[in-house]
Design a binder for this molecule. Structure first.
Ligand SMILES: [Zn+2]
Length: 162
């Protein structure tokens, strides 16, 4: 494949990409390079996504500083989820098989959630207790505020604010 073919494919990819043409996202934090969005998942409260703004397919297409920045934000989001929700486990995942645009899922997991110990995309194991789900969901405004207060990287190292 020639370079010309590659760039034409890239333009077509971007035009069809739901993360480039993002619509209706709940953006909690952004810094001009990436954004953190809340995912509305009925079974899994505490599901956030860290999305690189530019259409990049693989982590290794980012330069080293950009990779470090991206992962620092992923870890800052993970810390906020741990502190506010205290889940049984955090899942970090990056696939891009369906949407080949670099993004990381940060997911609070509970031993009694709908899919545990499977991935949230795996086989459903149970119907979660509605009262438990409601209690977890009630913490989401606090989580979203904590993520929104994360400092910008150009101001200070990225750590979730208290
Ligand atoms: Zn894209």
């Amino acid at each position: 494949m020639s370079a010309t073919d590659g760039s034409a494919d890239g333009a077509a990819d971007r035009a069809a990409c739901p993360l480039c043409a993002a619509d209706g996202e709940t953006v909690l934090w952004r810094d001009g390079r990436l954004r953190v969005v809340a995912v509305d998942d009925a079974d899994h409260p505490g599901f956030l996504r860290v999305i690189w703004d530019a259409h990049v397919r693989e982590m290794t297409e980012l330069d080293a500083a950009a990779r470090v920045h991206l992962m620092e934000v992923v870890f800052a989001v993970e810390s906020a989820v741990r502190r506010v929700l205290a889940p049984d486990k955090i899942n970090l995942a990056s696939f891009g098989n369906v949407v080949p645009h670099v993004h990381w899922h940060v997911i609070a997991r509970y031993a009694d959630d709908a899919h545990f110990p499977n991935p949230v995309w795996g086989a459903r194991r149970r119907d979660p207790d509605p009262a438990r789900l409601a209690a977890q969901r009630a913490r989401l405004p606090e989580l979203h505020r904590a993520v929104a207060r994360m400092p910008q990287a150009n101001q200070a190292p990225v750590h979730p604010a208290d």
